[in-house]
Design a protein around this ligand. Structure first.
Ligand SMILES: *Cc1c(COP(=O)(O)O)cnc(C)c1O
Length: 526
């Protein structure tokens, strides 16, 4: 059966022959075996652990004692290891090749960061450990806060948000609290058409209605439209800078001025801070709140659902509303402000149960310290240089969406160069997989037709960039030469071919049930 019918692929009978007519007999592919679900590998008598029968549970739990098996699969340790390693080999990874997803900043995660994050004094802490016993961890949080405030030119930071989107929520909750404190709740948030989907979603989640601001021909916020849409009911504007077209908002100071003149706050989506870190301080531009994706700008890992970290820096006006906790210097060392009383009486509450993603804090701080202030500045310069190199090299064969002037950290192309070839952005992206490259971000931002957004990051060398560009140039040449079939059938060499992505997204099969007629395993092996 195929993904189209059961929402899960990889059965040997689905393996399609390559152009050579060759298909393996078992579903394996060049030293990589076909992989079933872990539940389908289940079997009794091979797990390596004997747990003694627990004797007291029945008395404590009474009627709540489980009567049916929990259904965990039984595998030996090597089988469990191999299952996950084989799955990982079916996936692409930043440690395999350049990962050009624009708007995601997939940069190398230095092993030094990993080593630091595994130090027992950070990794093994309990979140409720007494404060005098975790002074080192608090010191790291305090120094990370100092770096984030210094790099952004902002007086306050909330470390606890756990992702960019969570940081947006934190920023807008602070903005809502500030308006409410003035007795002026306001109703609307303005968001440019090129915004990341999380921006309008966050505004709606906080209870605001969203008004779109138009974009100019050259991919920036349309100031006239902004001015027309600002009004006494606008709580905030959310602008990404550099924006999702990979362009610096040249009028950002004017955007801030107009926003403040209307009594609104300026939320900056800082997901692209890696393009300007060390060169521009958002606080100097009039920003009131900005999240920083540690997992984008400061090289902590992301993907697979996290964990990310999205600290939010806040201006003087919003600082009193920052959520607990935060680190303060007391007479007996560092402590945490946990309660929303006294100096924290205006804090809008909390974003999470404890302090945030400690492991990400350690990695980000290790990255900052290993680069130093001058090194971080060079990160931004190299990220922008690399993106412009790609833009320049590919402009002969592909069409940049905004050809005028340099881009920032990502190069955006549209699909007008594919016109008449019968190849779409999707087909082109799928063909990249056969060449060993993860596709770029496709069809985003929505304001550009058939968008292809490429972000190389600063961690790629010129040789790696050339390898990538040469692959894309070869593909583009094939597309223009009329070899549409190569693209329509791609990918040929990946573990999976084309999947019904809509069905997989709309009707994912998230649970597994045993085949009918197969008896459930006994609660304990007799
Ligand atoms: C990645 C990103 C976000 C969301 O960040 P998450 O950490 O994925 O929640 C928001 N805005 C922009 C522009 C982004 O690139």
């Amino acid at each position: 059966m195929t993904m189209q019918t059961v929402g899960r692929p990889t059965r040997p009978e689905d393996v399609q022959p390559l152009d050579t007519g060759f298909a393996s007999l078992t579903g394996g592919r060049g030293l990589l075996q076909d992989e079933a679900l872990i539940f389908e590998r289940d079997g009794w008598g091979k797990t390596g652990v004997d747990l003694p029968a627990a004797d007291a549970t029945a008395d404590d739990l009474g009627d709540l004692v489980r009567k049916s098996p929990i259904g965990l699969p039984g595998l030996s340790e090597p089988e469990a290891m191999r299952h996950y390693v084989r799955l990982s080999q079916k996936n692409h990874a930043i440690d395999l090749a350049l990962y050009p997803l624009g708007s995601c900043t997939m940069k190398h995660n230095p092993r030094l960061n990993e080593k630091m994050a595994r130090l027992a004094g950070f990794a093994d802490l309990h979140p409720m450990a007494p404060l005098p016993t975790i002074q080192g961890a608090l010191t790291l949080m305090d120094r990370l806060s100092h770096w984030l405030k210094t790099l952004t030119g902002m007086p306050a930071v909330a470390l606890s948000p756990k992702a960019g989107a969570h940081g947006e929520l934190c920023g807008l909750l602070a903005i809502r609290a500030a308006h409410e404190a003035k007795g002026d709740p306001r109703r609307r948030v303005l968001v440019p058409t090129s915004a990341h989907g999380t921006n309008p979603a966050t505004a709606a989640f906080v209870g605001y209605s969203v008004t779109e601001i138009a974009q100019t021909e050259d991919g920036r916020v349309d100031l006239a439209d902004l001015e027309a849409k600002l009004g006494p009911d606008v709580a905030a504007i959310m602008v990404t800078n550099p924006n999702t077209c990979g362009l610096f908002e040249r009028d950002i100071i004017e955007i801030a001025r107009l926003t403040h003149a209307a009594g609104a706050y300026f939320y900056c989506d800082g997901a692209n801070f890696n393009a300007i870190v060390g060169r521009v301080r958002p606080g100097d531009l009039g920003v009131d709140a900005m999240h920083i994706n540690l997992h984008k700008t400061f090289s902590t890992p992301h993907g697979g659902g996290g964990p990310g970290a999205g600290p939010v820096v806040l201006s003087e006006a919003l600082a009193p509303f920052a959520p607990a906790p935060w680190v303060v210097h007391g007479p007996e060392g560092l402590t945490l402000v946990e309660e929303t009383v006294e100096e924290a009486a205006q804090a809008f509450g909390r974003m999470s149960a404890f302090h945030g993603q400690m492991g990400m804090f350690v990695r980000a701080y290790a990255y900052m310290r290993s680069h130093g202030a001058d090194g971080l500045r060079q990160v931004a310069e190299d990220a922008v240089l690399n993106a412009n190199y790609i833009k320049a090299r590919l402009s002969d064969v592909m069409t940049p969406a905004f050809p005028e002037g340099p881009c920032m950290h990502e190069a955006l192309f549209d699909d007008s160069w594919l016109e008449g070839t019968g190849v779409t952005t999707l087909d082109f992206a799928k063909a990249m997989i056969d060449e060993g490259f993860h596709p770029m971000t496709m069809y985003f931002p929505l304001v550009v037709h058939g968008a292809m957004l490429i972000e190389p990051t600063e961690t790629e060398s010129k040789q790696e960039l050339d390898r990538f560009c040469e692959a894309l140039i070869a593909l583009a040449t094939a597309a223009k030469a009329g070899d549409a079939d190569r693209f329509k059938g791609a990918p040929y060499l990946a573990p999976m071919r084309r999947l019904d992505e809509t069905l997989a997204a709309r009707k994912p099969r998230l649970t597994w049930k045993p085949e009918p007629g197969v008896a459930p395993a006994p609660l304990a092996a007799e």
